[in-house]
Each structure stands twice: as C-alpha cells, then as structure tokens.
Design a protein around this ligand. Structure first.
Ligand code: SAH
Length: 468
C-alpha cells in the first residue's frame, strides 16, 4: 500500500463517440490499431493518408471507415478539422505529428500523437472490455509497458461472466430507479445484491434467479436502515489499517473523523463518501461530544451507513464507549472494529518491547490529560512502580509534571523514559532518556503532537534493526 499519492495532470473520462467524426492522420499499422478501436464505438472514422495498410483498405471497403487519399499536411488536416470530435496522429514522422498536434490544440480539439504524450492533449490508456464493463489503465504515458502488464493482471482476475452481470444491472436500472427513488438506498440495494448470490447468478446467465434475488432484497424493505461503524484507524500509517476497516471505509456513505486521522488514511475512504471533520483539540472543540453523538444518530436514522473513524483503537482513550452508549439508547445498530492503538504502533515502530520479561510484569496505559484546573489527578502509588511499563497518552503538554510526579512517588530520577512523536509515520522521531532529562529533551527538540511517552526499564531494551 502506498502512503501518499503523487499528482498527475491526466484526468480519466469515458467519451461517447457514437456518430462523432474522428480524424486519423496516417495509414500504417499504428493507425490501423486505433481505427479498429474507434470503429467499435460507432464513431465516423476519417483517415487522412495517401496510402493505406491492407487492414485499413478492408475497413474502408467494408464502409466502416472513410479515407481522403491526401498527404497528412497541416493544410489538408485543417480543411477537415471543423466539427471534429478528436484527432489521432499516427504518421511515422514525429516532427510532423508535433506540428499537426499544435494545430489541433490551437483549435481546442483533443489530439493524441500516438506514442508521444509530450505533444498530446489526451492519451489512450491500456484497455480491457467485457460488454459494458471497461477498465482503462494509464501511467500518464510514463510507462506504457507497465500499463499493459497491469491490464493483463486485471484481466486475469476479472470473472468470466462480468459482461452478463453488467447487462443485467443495466436492464434493471430503469425499473429500480422508479421503485427506489433515493440514490443512496439504490446503491445499497445493489451492494447487497453483489455481496450476496446476485452477482454469481447474473454472471452465470441465470437471469431469472438473479431477478428473484433482487426482488427479495427489495422486499426485505429494510434497505433504509442506517448504522454506525465505530472503526479504529490505527496510529496513522495506512499499512496498519485492518482489512475490516478498509472494507467499511469503502462502503460508508459518510465519515466522521478526528484530527488523528490524516489524509493518508482518508485516501482509502470511498471517493464520494461525505467527509465530516469532528476533530477535537484541547480548548478548541470543533464539535462537542454530545454534538458528535447527535450527528451519528441523526445520520444513521436518515438511512446512512456512517463511518466513525478514530485514531488508534476506539476504546483506548477514544471516547468510543460514550458514543456507543448514545447509539444503544437511540436504538441505532452499530459495529465496532478495533484498531492498533498508539501504544502498540509506537512501541513496535520504535523497537521498544512493552513487556520484556526481564523487567516488566505489566503494562499500564494512562492518560496525561489535565483536569480543568490544569493538574493531573492519578493514582500515583499504583502507577509509579518499577515492575511495570507506563505508557502515557496525551502526555506531551504536561510532560514535566508527569515526570516530576513519578519521581516524587518513588521512581529514580535516572529511570528510563522515551517519547515517540508521530509514531509509525514517515516523520516518526524517538527520544530516549530518563525521567530527569525527558522534559528538557522534549523542549530542545520541539516535539509536537501526537506524541506518546513510555516509561520503564523496557526503554533500555530498545532494539534497532541493522540495515538490510
Ligand atoms: N484512541 C487512540 C488514542 C487517542 S488519545 C489510540 O488508541 O491510539 C490521543 C493520544 O494518542 C495522543 O495525544 C498521543 O499521545 C497518542 N497518539 C495517537 N497517535 C499517535 C502517534 N501516531 N504517535 C504518537 N502518539 C500517538
């Protein structure tokens, strides 16, 4: 999985070409290749070339394409450009292709110089077609061979009867639109159909059984029930999402997310799901907890499948418990998917074994979040023990106070302590020291949120992999 996506200036669309005039300059095999593709769309294909390959001669003789037997000069092309939907340049002369391309672009007519993306305003992807289903793969002209490889891989995993499934869905579309006017609910009906036995039945050509299955789903009548999925997104690195999280991220109608859920994670949410930021920052509550609860309930009752996406695990300092209680009270169905908590993610990526058997019998997760009066109210006698590891969430702001309290309650000043900033992310930093040194290290290194404090002898057992 890729953490972040690079920008590309190419935008994929599907163009309706039936009846449209398309010009192809050139009459060799490269031109023939494109003409074949174009003819299958029902476009009116006009070739500009003094000579034609045997294949093109046949297409012209069959009336599938038309030819003007002239040189592909700028003048001859210009004469034919008005009213043209798009142009392919397939002369074997690169300089000429470039000149003709500039001419088309000056008139805003989409133009592709075959194998020369630099001078093209559109490019042709590697394509695979199964009935109405078309998959196009592009590398933006950077690596056409790679695009063709990917296409071959996709073809391998495409089920054989996909065209039948697409045809079935197309035939049922109009009737379904009348029966279920709400597009979000319609989408859910189709998802149930595809997730259940409907897909395989339609692909096998068993149209009647597929229709019965569709009717059954519609009769169930509860397609409108919304629900809430409380999902842990892990500590930030998309590699640490669970498969369940990923699936629900792909199915959700809307997503309510916190500030711990970064753009790299949101990239994996279904493109047209509505994104609602409900992040909480100390002293800057975007939406108070009761507001979030109310919003979850409102959306679910309106039939949405709402993804409540939280950093780490929803039940570890995530207020997941409160949200679920509110849902239960309101009678809203829910699902809870655990996530890798910051303690697990940070410890693993920093190489700190949280319960090394030589020194830790227990591992305690505590919050370093201050009370309203700015102090920490914790059971220090049970926390400041040498036999256990202490993991402190939200402990960055009060790190000095935390370290001081631990020393006051019996831990030595030189007791090992670490802080992990941006754990599991590319920007992760790890500082190790002692209870006495950590606050100054945090200040000197300008450590920022999110950061996790780990206290205990396990910090001395930190392991770092040698270069591979
Ligand atoms: N539910 C979350 C915790 C929410 S509290 C979980 O299970 O991880 C927020 C705190 O988690 C932050 O203040 C920080 O202490 C910690 N945290 C979350 N993600 C982190 C990360 N990537 N690196 C370091 N600390 C992190």
């Amino acid at each position: 999985m890729q953490a972040s996506f690079e920008r590309t200036s190419w935008f994929p669309i599907m163009l309706r070409l039936e009846g449209a005039r398309v010009l192809v300059a050139g009459g060799g095999n490269v031109a023939a290749n494109k003409v074949q593709l174009l003819v299958s769309t029902g476009a009116r294909v006009e070739i500009l070339s003094p000579t034609l390959s045997p294949e093109l001669e046949r297409l012209v003789a069959d009336g599938k394409a038309h030819v003007t037997r002239q040189d592909a000069t700028a003048d001859n092309l210009s004469a034919r450009l008005p009213g043209c939907r798009m142009v392919y340049l397939a002369t074997s002369n690169r300089a000429l292709n470039a000149e003709l391309s500039a001419l088309c672009q000056s008139l805003n007519i989409p133009v592709c110089a075959v194998d020369d993306p630099e001078v093209s305003s559109f490019i042709t992807p590697a394509m695979t077609t199964r009935g109405a289903v078309q998959i196009a793969v592009s590398t933006g002209g950077a690596a056409p061979v790679l695009a063709r490889r990917l296409r071959a891989k996709i073809e391998e995993i495409m089920p054989a009867g996909l065209h039948r499934l697409a045809a079935f869905m197309q035939q049922s579309r109009v009737a379904l639109r009348t029966r279920v006017p709400d597009s979000a609910i319609r989408r859910r009906v189709w998802e149930r159909f595809l997730d259940g036995s409907g897909g395989p039945l339609a692909m096998a050509g068993n149209t009647q059984a597929a229709q019965n299955e569709l009717d059954r789903i519609l009769d169930e009548g509860n397609a409108r029930t919304g629900e809430v999925w409380l999902v842990g997104a892990g500590p930030g690195n998309p590699d640490l999402l669970t498969l369940a999280a990923l699936r629900l991220m792909q199915d959700a109608d809307s997503v309510l997310y916190d500030n711990l859920v970064g753009p790299d994670i949101l990239n994996y949410v279904r493109r047209d799901a509505e994104r609602v930021f409900v992040g909480k920052q100390t002293n800057n509550h975007t939406l108070p907890q009761t507001g979030i609860n109310a919003e979850l309930i409102r959306r679910a009752k309106a039939g949405e499948r709402v993804l409540r996406l939280k950093g780490g695990d929803p039940f570890i300092f995530g207020r997941g418990g409160e949200e679920i209680e509110a849902l239960v009270e309101a009678g809203v169905p829910f699902r809870i998917i655990p996530g890798i908590s910051a303690a697990n993610g940070c410890a693993a990526y920093a190489g700190i074994p949280l319960t090394h058997r030589d020194c830790a019998q227990a591992c305690l997760f505590i919050t370093g979040h201050a009370r309203a009066d700015g102090t920490l109210n914790l059971a220090w006698e049970t926390i400041a023990l040498r036999s256990q590891t202490i993991v402190i969430y939200m402990g960055l702001t009060l790190v000095s106070q935390l370290c001081a309290r631990l020393i006051e309650h019996g831990l030595p000043a030189d007791w090992p302590a670490a802080i992990v900033e941006g754990g599991t992310l590319p920007r992760q930093r790890v500082l190790t020291g002692t209870l006495a040194t950590l606050p100054q290290q945090v200040a000197d290194n300008h450590i920022t949120s999110p950061a996790l404090v780990i206290v205990g002898e396990v910090v001395r057992h930190r392991v770092i992999s040698p270069p591979a």
